[in-house]
Design a protein around this ligand. Structure first.
Ligand code: NAD
Length: 380
Protein backbone atom coordinates (compact mmCIF):
# COMPACT_ATOMS: atom_id res chain seq x y z
CA UNK A 1 0.00 0.00 0.00
CA UNK A 2 1.39 3.41 -0.89
CA UNK A 3 1.95 5.98 1.85
CA UNK A 4 -0.83 8.20 0.42
CA UNK A 5 -3.31 5.35 0.45
CA UNK A 6 -2.43 4.47 4.02
CA UNK A 7 -2.91 8.07 5.11
CA UNK A 8 -6.26 8.32 3.31
CA UNK A 9 -7.36 5.00 4.84
CA UNK A 10 -6.59 6.11 8.41
CA UNK A 11 -8.61 9.28 7.84
CA UNK A 12 -11.64 7.79 6.18
CA UNK A 13 -12.16 4.24 7.41
CA UNK A 14 -14.18 5.34 10.43
CA UNK A 15 -16.09 8.08 8.68
CA UNK A 16 -19.38 6.23 8.22
CA UNK A 17 -19.24 5.07 11.80
CA UNK A 18 -18.72 8.68 12.93
CA UNK A 19 -21.71 9.94 10.94
CA UNK A 20 -23.82 6.81 11.45
CA UNK A 21 -26.81 8.73 12.81
CA UNK A 22 -26.73 11.42 10.13
CA UNK A 23 -28.06 11.40 6.58
CA UNK A 24 -25.43 13.56 4.96
CA UNK A 25 -22.30 15.50 5.86
CA UNK A 26 -20.78 17.95 3.39
CA UNK A 27 -17.25 19.35 3.66
CA UNK A 28 -16.96 22.70 1.88
CA UNK A 29 -13.52 23.93 0.85
CA UNK A 30 -12.97 27.14 -1.12
CA UNK A 31 -9.30 27.99 -1.55
CA UNK A 32 -10.00 31.43 -3.06
CA UNK A 33 -11.68 32.75 0.11
CA UNK A 34 -10.21 30.34 2.68
CA UNK A 35 -13.67 28.98 3.50
CA UNK A 36 -13.66 25.68 5.38
CA UNK A 37 -17.12 24.63 6.47
CA UNK A 38 -19.00 21.47 7.40
CA UNK A 39 -22.74 21.10 6.82
CA UNK A 40 -24.42 18.24 8.67
CA UNK A 41 -27.91 17.04 7.83
CA UNK A 42 -29.16 14.81 10.61
CA UNK A 43 -32.70 13.86 9.66
CA UNK A 44 -35.12 15.08 6.99
CA UNK A 45 -38.12 12.99 8.03
CA UNK A 46 -40.15 16.12 8.80
CA UNK A 47 -38.82 18.23 5.91
CA UNK A 48 -35.66 19.93 4.68
CA UNK A 49 -33.00 20.40 7.33
CA UNK A 50 -32.97 23.70 9.20
CA UNK A 51 -30.22 25.00 11.43
CA UNK A 52 -27.92 27.96 11.96
CA UNK A 53 -24.30 28.31 10.88
CA UNK A 54 -21.78 28.73 13.69
CA UNK A 55 -18.36 30.30 13.13
CA UNK A 56 -15.70 29.33 15.65
CA UNK A 57 -11.91 28.87 15.67
CA UNK A 58 -12.09 25.12 16.30
CA UNK A 59 -8.78 23.61 17.37
CA UNK A 60 -9.22 20.73 14.91
CA UNK A 61 -11.51 19.46 12.16
CA UNK A 62 -12.49 16.58 14.46
CA UNK A 63 -13.70 19.08 17.08
CA UNK A 64 -15.67 20.99 14.43
CA UNK A 65 -17.21 17.75 13.12
CA UNK A 66 -18.21 16.60 16.60
CA UNK A 67 -19.86 19.95 17.30
CA UNK A 68 -21.81 20.09 14.04
CA UNK A 69 -23.03 16.48 14.36
CA UNK A 70 -24.26 17.09 17.92
CA UNK A 71 -25.94 20.40 17.05
CA UNK A 72 -27.63 19.00 13.92
CA UNK A 73 -29.16 16.16 15.95
CA UNK A 74 -30.44 18.69 18.49
CA UNK A 75 -32.16 20.58 15.67
CA UNK A 76 -34.13 17.46 14.66
CA UNK A 77 -35.62 17.42 18.17
CA UNK A 78 -36.22 21.17 18.27
CA UNK A 79 -38.04 21.15 14.92
CA UNK A 80 -40.13 18.15 15.97
CA UNK A 81 -40.95 19.81 19.30
CA UNK A 82 -42.11 22.96 17.53
CA UNK A 83 -44.15 20.81 15.10
CA UNK A 84 -42.36 22.35 12.12
CA UNK A 85 -42.11 20.82 8.66
CA UNK A 86 -38.34 20.91 8.94
CA UNK A 87 -35.67 18.40 9.82
CA UNK A 88 -32.44 18.85 11.73
CA UNK A 89 -29.24 20.28 10.32
CA UNK A 90 -26.44 22.63 11.28
CA UNK A 91 -23.24 24.02 9.82
CA UNK A 92 -19.93 25.21 11.18
CA UNK A 93 -17.39 27.49 9.55
CA UNK A 94 -13.89 26.90 10.89
CA UNK A 95 -12.41 30.32 11.59
CA UNK A 96 -12.22 33.28 13.93
CA UNK A 97 -15.28 35.54 13.52
CA UNK A 98 -13.17 38.54 14.61
CA UNK A 99 -10.47 38.02 11.96
CA UNK A 100 -11.49 35.62 9.21
CA UNK A 101 -14.77 37.05 7.91
CA UNK A 102 -15.24 38.58 4.46
CA UNK A 103 -18.16 39.19 2.14
CA UNK A 104 -16.51 36.84 -0.38
CA UNK A 105 -16.28 34.04 2.21
CA UNK A 106 -20.02 34.24 2.95
CA UNK A 107 -20.87 34.41 -0.76
CA UNK A 108 -18.81 31.26 -1.31
CA UNK A 109 -20.62 29.67 1.62
CA UNK A 110 -23.95 30.71 0.06
CA UNK A 111 -22.99 28.84 -3.10
CA UNK A 112 -22.31 25.65 -1.13
CA UNK A 113 -25.68 25.97 0.62
CA UNK A 114 -27.33 26.51 -2.78
CA UNK A 115 -25.70 23.37 -4.16
CA UNK A 116 -27.78 21.33 -1.69
CA UNK A 117 -30.80 22.54 -3.61
CA UNK A 118 -33.08 23.11 -0.63
CA UNK A 119 -32.10 20.14 1.54
CA UNK A 120 -30.60 22.63 4.01
CA UNK A 121 -31.81 26.06 5.17
CA UNK A 122 -29.57 28.16 7.36
CA UNK A 123 -29.00 31.51 9.08
CA UNK A 124 -27.18 33.03 12.03
CA UNK A 125 -25.79 31.26 15.09
CA UNK A 126 -22.89 31.93 17.45
CA UNK A 127 -20.19 33.92 15.62
CA UNK A 128 -22.31 34.87 12.59
CA UNK A 129 -24.58 37.87 12.05
CA UNK A 130 -27.47 38.85 9.80
CA UNK A 131 -25.02 40.94 7.74
CA UNK A 132 -23.03 37.81 6.91
CA UNK A 133 -26.17 36.18 5.59
CA UNK A 134 -27.12 39.25 3.60
CA UNK A 135 -23.97 38.32 1.61
CA UNK A 136 -24.79 34.61 1.50
CA UNK A 137 -28.33 35.25 0.27
CA UNK A 138 -26.93 36.90 -2.87
CA UNK A 139 -26.00 33.35 -3.91
CA UNK A 140 -28.88 31.30 -2.55
CA UNK A 141 -32.52 31.51 -1.49
CA UNK A 142 -32.06 28.91 1.25
CA UNK A 143 -31.33 31.46 3.97
CA UNK A 144 -33.56 32.54 6.85
CA UNK A 145 -33.37 34.82 9.87
CA UNK A 146 -32.64 37.80 7.61
CA UNK A 147 -33.29 41.45 8.57
CA UNK A 148 -36.85 42.70 7.98
CA UNK A 149 -35.59 44.82 5.07
CA UNK A 150 -34.62 41.57 3.33
CA UNK A 151 -37.96 39.88 3.96
CA UNK A 152 -36.95 38.37 7.29
CA UNK A 153 -38.98 38.20 10.49
CA UNK A 154 -36.78 40.59 12.50
CA UNK A 155 -35.81 40.32 16.16
CA UNK A 156 -36.35 36.69 17.22
CA UNK A 157 -36.09 37.55 20.92
CA UNK A 158 -39.67 38.90 20.76
CA UNK A 159 -41.34 35.51 20.10
CA UNK A 160 -38.73 33.80 22.28
CA UNK A 161 -39.63 35.96 25.28
CA UNK A 162 -43.33 35.50 24.53
CA UNK A 163 -42.72 31.74 24.56
CA UNK A 164 -41.04 32.00 27.95
CA UNK A 165 -44.15 33.79 29.24
CA UNK A 166 -46.35 30.93 27.97
CA UNK A 167 -43.95 28.52 29.67
CA UNK A 168 -44.21 30.42 32.95
CA UNK A 169 -48.02 30.47 32.76
CA UNK A 170 -48.25 26.76 31.95
CA UNK A 171 -45.94 25.99 34.88
CA UNK A 172 -47.95 28.19 37.22
CA UNK A 173 -51.13 26.42 36.10
CA UNK A 174 -49.57 23.00 36.66
CA UNK A 175 -48.29 23.93 40.11
CA UNK A 176 -51.08 26.14 41.44
CA UNK A 177 -54.11 25.62 39.18
CA UNK A 178 -54.16 29.14 37.65
CA UNK A 179 -52.13 31.34 35.31
CA UNK A 180 -52.09 34.35 37.63
CA UNK A 181 -48.47 35.53 37.99
CA UNK A 182 -49.31 38.45 40.29
CA UNK A 183 -47.46 38.20 43.61
CA UNK A 184 -45.42 35.21 42.47
CA UNK A 185 -41.65 35.65 42.68
CA UNK A 186 -39.20 34.97 39.85
CA UNK A 187 -35.39 34.91 39.86
CA UNK A 188 -34.17 36.02 36.43
CA UNK A 189 -30.58 35.34 35.40
CA UNK A 190 -29.57 37.51 32.42
CA UNK A 191 -31.34 40.66 31.25
CA UNK A 192 -30.30 40.65 27.62
CA UNK A 193 -32.60 40.58 24.61
CA UNK A 194 -34.85 37.84 26.02
CA UNK A 195 -34.42 38.28 29.80
CA UNK A 196 -35.24 42.00 29.76
CA UNK A 197 -38.48 41.43 27.85
CA UNK A 198 -39.50 38.62 30.21
CA UNK A 199 -38.72 40.78 33.24
CA UNK A 200 -40.74 43.66 31.83
CA UNK A 201 -43.77 41.46 31.15
CA UNK A 202 -43.56 39.94 34.61
CA UNK A 203 -43.47 43.40 36.17
CA UNK A 204 -46.55 44.29 34.11
CA UNK A 205 -48.25 41.17 35.49
CA UNK A 206 -47.53 42.32 39.07
CA UNK A 207 -44.89 39.69 39.84
CA UNK A 208 -41.93 40.24 42.20
CA UNK A 209 -38.44 39.83 40.78
CA UNK A 210 -34.90 38.97 41.78
CA UNK A 211 -32.57 39.82 38.92
CA UNK A 212 -28.90 39.47 38.09
CA UNK A 213 -26.63 40.26 35.17
CA UNK A 214 -22.91 40.72 34.70
CA UNK A 215 -23.62 43.96 32.87
CA UNK A 216 -24.26 46.92 35.17
CA UNK A 217 -26.12 48.79 32.38
CA UNK A 218 -28.61 45.93 31.98
CA UNK A 219 -29.37 46.07 35.72
CA UNK A 220 -29.86 49.82 35.66
CA UNK A 221 -32.24 49.54 32.70
CA UNK A 222 -34.53 47.06 34.41
CA UNK A 223 -34.40 48.93 37.75
CA UNK A 224 -35.53 52.08 35.94
CA UNK A 225 -38.32 50.19 34.17
CA UNK A 226 -39.46 48.66 37.47
CA UNK A 227 -39.69 52.12 38.98
CA UNK A 228 -41.83 53.32 36.05
CA UNK A 229 -44.14 50.31 36.45
CA UNK A 230 -44.15 50.53 40.29
CA UNK A 231 -42.82 46.97 40.33
CA UNK A 232 -40.97 45.16 43.08
CA UNK A 233 -37.44 44.22 42.10
CA UNK A 234 -34.27 43.18 43.93
CA UNK A 235 -30.86 43.08 42.33
CA UNK A 236 -28.70 40.20 43.57
CA UNK A 237 -25.21 39.05 42.60
CA UNK A 238 -24.56 36.15 40.24
CA UNK A 239 -24.18 33.60 43.10
CA UNK A 240 -27.20 34.75 45.09
CA UNK A 241 -29.54 34.20 42.13
CA UNK A 242 -29.47 30.43 42.88
CA UNK A 243 -30.27 30.96 46.56
CA UNK A 244 -33.38 33.14 46.55
CA UNK A 245 -36.80 32.23 47.93
CA UNK A 246 -38.35 32.74 44.46
CA UNK A 247 -41.05 30.41 43.11
CA UNK A 248 -39.34 30.03 39.73
CA UNK A 249 -35.74 30.31 38.54
CA UNK A 250 -35.65 31.83 35.02
CA UNK A 251 -32.26 31.26 33.34
CA UNK A 252 -31.88 33.63 30.36
CA UNK A 253 -28.08 33.88 30.10
CA UNK A 254 -25.80 30.96 29.37
CA UNK A 255 -25.81 27.13 29.40
CA UNK A 256 -24.90 24.54 32.08
CA UNK A 257 -26.24 26.74 34.88
CA UNK A 258 -27.90 23.73 36.52
CA UNK A 259 -24.86 21.77 37.62
CA UNK A 260 -23.56 19.85 40.66
CA UNK A 261 -22.69 23.07 42.47
CA UNK A 262 -25.76 25.23 41.76
CA UNK A 263 -28.38 22.50 42.10
CA UNK A 264 -27.51 22.15 45.80
CA UNK A 265 -28.68 25.72 46.45
CA UNK A 266 -31.91 25.80 44.44
CA UNK A 267 -35.07 25.78 46.50
CA UNK A 268 -37.48 27.06 43.82
CA UNK A 269 -40.59 25.16 42.69
CA UNK A 270 -39.63 25.26 39.01
CA UNK A 271 -36.98 26.17 36.43
CA UNK A 272 -38.33 27.82 33.27
CA UNK A 273 -36.09 29.93 31.03
CA UNK A 274 -34.77 30.62 27.55
CA UNK A 275 -31.10 29.71 27.93
CA UNK A 276 -29.91 26.88 25.69
CA UNK A 277 -28.57 23.69 27.30
CA UNK A 278 -29.37 24.72 30.87
CA UNK A 279 -28.58 21.29 32.33
CA UNK A 280 -24.90 20.36 32.64
CA UNK A 281 -26.01 16.77 31.96
CA UNK A 282 -29.36 15.03 31.43
CA UNK A 283 -28.78 13.48 34.87
CA UNK A 284 -29.45 16.89 36.37
CA UNK A 285 -33.07 16.59 35.23
CA UNK A 286 -33.40 13.65 37.61
CA UNK A 287 -31.67 15.52 40.44
CA UNK A 288 -34.14 18.41 40.01
CA UNK A 289 -37.05 15.98 39.94
CA UNK A 290 -35.84 14.27 43.13
CA UNK A 291 -35.67 17.67 44.81
CA UNK A 292 -39.30 18.32 43.79
CA UNK A 293 -38.31 21.04 41.29
CA UNK A 294 -40.29 21.03 38.06
CA UNK A 295 -37.99 21.49 35.04
CA UNK A 296 -39.37 22.94 31.81
CA UNK A 297 -37.12 21.51 29.04
CA UNK A 298 -35.24 24.47 27.56
CA UNK A 299 -35.78 23.56 23.92
CA UNK A 300 -39.55 23.63 24.46
CA UNK A 301 -39.57 26.93 26.38
CA UNK A 302 -37.28 28.76 23.93
CA UNK A 303 -38.75 27.57 20.62
CA UNK A 304 -40.47 30.89 19.79
CA UNK A 305 -37.35 32.14 17.98
CA UNK A 306 -37.07 28.97 15.92
CA UNK A 307 -40.78 29.15 15.07
CA UNK A 308 -40.26 32.65 13.70
CA UNK A 309 -37.22 31.67 11.64
CA UNK A 310 -39.04 28.70 10.11
CA UNK A 311 -42.25 30.63 9.56
CA UNK A 312 -40.41 33.36 7.67
CA UNK A 313 -40.27 31.11 4.62
CA UNK A 314 -44.04 31.48 4.21
CA UNK A 315 -43.55 35.28 4.18
CA UNK A 316 -43.22 37.30 7.40
CA UNK A 317 -46.38 37.35 9.52
CA UNK A 318 -46.00 38.26 13.19
CA UNK A 319 -49.55 37.17 14.12
CA UNK A 320 -48.98 33.68 12.74
CA UNK A 321 -45.69 33.43 14.65
CA UNK A 322 -47.43 34.42 17.90
CA UNK A 323 -50.24 31.94 17.19
CA UNK A 324 -47.74 29.12 16.78
CA UNK A 325 -45.66 30.24 19.77
CA UNK A 326 -48.74 29.85 21.95
CA UNK A 327 -48.50 26.05 21.45
CA UNK A 328 -45.67 26.09 24.01
CA UNK A 329 -48.29 26.39 26.76
CA UNK A 330 -50.08 23.13 25.91
CA UNK A 331 -46.90 21.28 24.93
CA UNK A 332 -45.41 21.93 28.37
CA UNK A 333 -48.55 20.86 30.20
CA UNK A 334 -48.60 17.61 28.17
CA UNK A 335 -44.94 17.00 29.00
CA UNK A 336 -45.45 17.67 32.73
CA UNK A 337 -48.42 15.30 32.85
CA UNK A 338 -46.70 12.53 30.91
CA UNK A 339 -43.60 12.80 33.12
CA UNK A 340 -45.75 12.53 36.22
CA UNK A 341 -47.89 9.64 34.93
CA UNK A 342 -44.94 7.56 33.71
CA UNK A 343 -42.54 8.57 36.50
CA UNK A 344 -39.93 9.83 34.05
CA UNK A 345 -38.14 13.18 33.87
CA UNK A 346 -39.61 16.06 31.89
CA UNK A 347 -36.60 15.85 29.53
CA UNK A 348 -37.41 12.20 28.81
CA UNK A 349 -41.06 13.10 28.26
CA UNK A 350 -40.13 15.91 25.84
CA UNK A 351 -37.74 13.69 23.88
CA UNK A 352 -40.39 11.00 23.73
CA UNK A 353 -42.91 13.48 22.28
CA UNK A 354 -40.42 14.44 19.55
CA UNK A 355 -39.57 10.82 18.75
CA UNK A 356 -43.30 10.01 18.46
CA UNK A 357 -43.76 12.86 15.97
CA UNK A 358 -40.82 11.61 13.92
CA UNK A 359 -42.12 8.02 13.95
CA UNK A 360 -45.59 9.16 12.91
CA UNK A 361 -44.19 11.16 9.99
CA UNK A 362 -41.96 8.25 8.93
CA UNK A 363 -45.09 6.13 8.58
CA UNK A 364 -46.69 8.83 6.46
CA UNK A 365 -43.70 9.51 4.25
CA UNK A 366 -43.35 7.91 0.89
CA UNK A 367 -40.08 8.52 -0.90
CA UNK A 368 -41.86 11.14 -2.98
CA UNK A 369 -43.07 13.04 0.09
CA UNK A 370 -39.62 12.95 1.63
CA UNK A 371 -37.96 14.62 -1.34
CA UNK A 372 -40.74 17.00 -2.34
CA UNK A 373 -39.90 20.66 -2.60
CA UNK A 374 -41.36 22.69 0.24
CA UNK A 375 -44.53 24.48 -0.78
CA UNK A 376 -43.10 27.97 -0.15
CA UNK A 377 -40.31 27.21 -2.63
CA UNK A 378 -42.55 26.41 -5.62
CA UNK A 379 -42.49 29.64 -7.55
CA UNK A 380 -43.54 28.54 -11.02
P1 NAD B 1 -28.12 38.22 25.16
O1 NAD B 1 -26.69 38.03 24.81
O2 NAD B 1 -28.86 39.36 24.57
O3 NAD B 1 -28.30 38.33 26.75
C1 NAD B 1 -27.63 37.53 27.67
C2 NAD B 1 -27.49 38.34 28.96
O4 NAD B 1 -26.98 37.46 29.97
C3 NAD B 1 -26.49 39.50 28.82
O5 NAD B 1 -27.09 40.68 29.33
C4 NAD B 1 -25.29 39.06 29.66
O6 NAD B 1 -24.61 40.16 30.28
C5 NAD B 1 -25.97 38.17 30.70
N1 NAD B 1 -25.08 37.19 31.32
C6 NAD B 1 -24.10 36.44 30.75
N2 NAD B 1 -23.54 35.64 31.67
C7 NAD B 1 -24.17 35.88 32.85
C8 NAD B 1 -24.05 35.35 34.15
N3 NAD B 1 -23.13 34.45 34.48
N4 NAD B 1 -24.88 35.80 35.11
C9 NAD B 1 -25.80 36.75 34.83
N5 NAD B 1 -25.97 37.29 33.60
C10 NAD B 1 -25.16 36.85 32.63
O7 NAD B 1 -28.81 36.83 24.80
P2 NAD B 1 -30.37 36.56 24.53
O8 NAD B 1 -30.64 36.65 23.10
O9 NAD B 1 -31.17 37.31 25.51
O10 NAD B 1 -30.44 35.00 24.89
C11 NAD B 1 -30.40 34.53 26.22
C12 NAD B 1 -30.36 33.02 26.24
O11 NAD B 1 -31.48 32.49 25.54
C13 NAD B 1 -29.12 32.42 25.53
O12 NAD B 1 -28.75 31.22 26.17
C14 NAD B 1 -29.65 32.10 24.13
O13 NAD B 1 -28.91 31.05 23.52
C15 NAD B 1 -31.07 31.67 24.45
N6 NAD B 1 -31.98 31.80 23.32
C16 NAD B 1 -32.19 33.02 22.75
C17 NAD B 1 -33.06 33.14 21.67
C18 NAD B 1 -33.34 34.47 21.02
O14 NAD B 1 -34.26 34.54 20.21
N7 NAD B 1 -32.59 35.52 21.31
C19 NAD B 1 -33.73 32.00 21.18
C20 NAD B 1 -33.50 30.76 21.79
C21 NAD B 1 -32.63 30.68 22.87
Amino acid sequence: MTQELEKAKSMTDDVFQTIANHEQVVFCNDTATGLQAIIAIHDTTLGPALGGTRMYPYASVTEALQDVLRLAEGMTYKCAAADLDFGGGKAVIIGDPAKDKSAALFRAYGQFVDSLNGRFYTGTDMGTTMDDFVQATRETNYINGLPEAYGGGGDSSIPTSQGVMYGLKATNYYLYGDTELKNRTFAIQGLGKVGYKVAEQLLHAGARLYVTDLDEGALQNIAKRAQELHGEIRIVNHQEIYQTDADVFVPCAMGSVINDETVKHLSVKAVVGSANNQLATNGHAKILQDKGILYAPDYIVNMGGLIQVADELYGPNKDRVMFKTKTIYQALLDIYREAELDAITTVEAANRMCEARLAEQKERNSFYARTRRPKWDIKE
